[in-house]
Design a binder for this molecule. Structure first.
Ligand SMILES: *Cc1c(COP(=O)(O)O)cnc(C)c1O
Length: 380
């Protein structure tokens, strides 16, 4: 699904000496590289504070701890996403409230959020799923109306921009009250191990969160709040700082691959290609609402699992993100859920398929992948 070796070969000249420098300095934890990367990422995103941490799951958890959410508070998120989002809500003894997604964008359905709001609701967690910015203007307006926090899960969307109604643009992760991201190797900005970060424009919240990631310490050996130990190490920061200047071109390479996939599949009666948000089709030249963490097709009247098998037999990797709705996972079942409220997710889990998507795809690979998919669909 990804080709990290070829990508590494192109930046080896920068990455290797930078890692070597850390080995020699022995500043493995909280070294100057971590600070440098943090500053550079703040500039890139246009966000006031980046607080690095150990991974994207921690980042979500710490964001919720920083907001002071308390057991019993309800947090609304999408039924169709990676489990980390709902996991940390449950882990903090908050009450996850899963809602359905939009059938075209696959992102959280704003009307479904509004229906799910109760007096106990404290926060909404939109996920920029597969790299497409969620409908942030609508979500922020809803949050304002009901006095709720918005925590953006930007693990799949780093580098994407959201175009507001007035035409201005903001990078995803810089719009909500707080945001999280992951630097897992296969993410759009990935390190060579685990890593993550929290973003916010709120000075007070940033201060609280900087203490939480460091055992609740604001002054050495004074523990004011219950914290965690969650750090980005210097070696990972060195890798990320070497890759950050390439993030836009990496995302452009993904968007180029997406354009070629979409050209091959468009107008096929059995294939729905990915969409952008309401203002574009996700692959236009003028905006970057979609950074294609995944390139995901929605199939109509195709035996999806047989196609998966056929691709595997042809040595084409593919993925099903995600095969089971979160509300049906054993850990997150809740008798309050009604199947009728999850029509879209219940369908998508059976009809989506994600094709290889990374920065190193060439025309020959794309042509082989698209023709193999089309041959199967046209013959079955
Ligand atoms: C990857 C991912 C996470 C978790 O990130 P880790 O660094 O693996 O902990 C959270 N949310 C979403 C949507 C993700 O894709």
């Amino acid at each position: 699904m990804v080709d990290l070796q070829s990508q590494y070969a192109k930046i080896k000249d920068v990455v290797d000496p930078s890692i070597q420098e850390i080995l020699e300095s022995a500043a493995f934890i909280n070294g100057p590289k971590v600070h440098q990367f943090q500053k550079n990422l703040e500039d890139y995103l246009g966000v006031k504070h980046v607080i690095p941490c150990a991974n994207g799951t921690d980042a979500l958890q710490i964001a919720m701890m920083g907001l002071g959410l308390k057991p019993g508070d309800e947090v609304i998120t999408a039924d169709f996403t990676f489990a980390a989002t709902v996991e940390v809500i449950a882990l903090l003894q908050l009450t996850p409230v899963l809602v359905d997604v939009d059938p075209i964008t696959f992102n959280i359905d704003v009307e479904a959020i509004e229906k799910a709001i109760t007096p106990k609701t404290k926060a909404i967690v939109p996920v920029h799923l597969f790299g497409l910015a969620a409908d942030m203007d609508a979500i922020m307006a809803l949050a304002k109306k009901h006095n709720l926090y918005v925590i953006e899960d930007n693990a799949q969307g780093i580098g994407a921009s959201y175009t507001h109604k007035d035409g201005s643009k903001t990078k995803t992760g810089a719009i909500g009250h707080v945001a999280s991201t992951s630097f897992f190797p296969s993410k759009n900005l990935g390190c060579y191990g685990d890593g993550g970060a929290i973003f916010t424009n709120d000075d007070d919240l940033a201060h609280i969160i900087r203490g939480i990631v460091n055992h609740g310490m604001y002054e050495r050996y004074h523990h004011d709040v219950v914290g965690v130990n969650s750090r980005l190490d210097s070696i990972q920061a060195a890798v990320l700082d070497a890759k950050l200047p390439h993030l836009d071109s990496y995302n452009e390479a993904r968007r180029n691959a997406a354009r070629k996939y979409t050209d091959a599949f468009k107008n096929h009666p059995k294939i729905t290609t990915p969409s952008g948000n309401t203002t574009c089709d996700g692959i236009c030249d003028t905006c970057d609402c979609h950074v294609f963490h995944q390139y995901t097709l929605n199939l109509n009247d195709v035996d999806r699992d047989a196609l998966v098998k056929h691709l595997q037999e042809n040595n084409i990797p593919c993925g099903v993100y995600y095969p089971i709705p979160l509300h049906l996972q054993k850990a997150y079942r809740d008798e309050r859920y009604n199947e009728d409220d999850f029509k879209v997710t219940n369908q998508l889990v059976r009809s989506v398929i994600s094709l290889p998507m990374h920065t190193e795809l060439d025309d020959e690979q794309i042509e082989f992948i698209t023709s193999t998919v089309l041959n199967f669909i046209n013959q079955n």
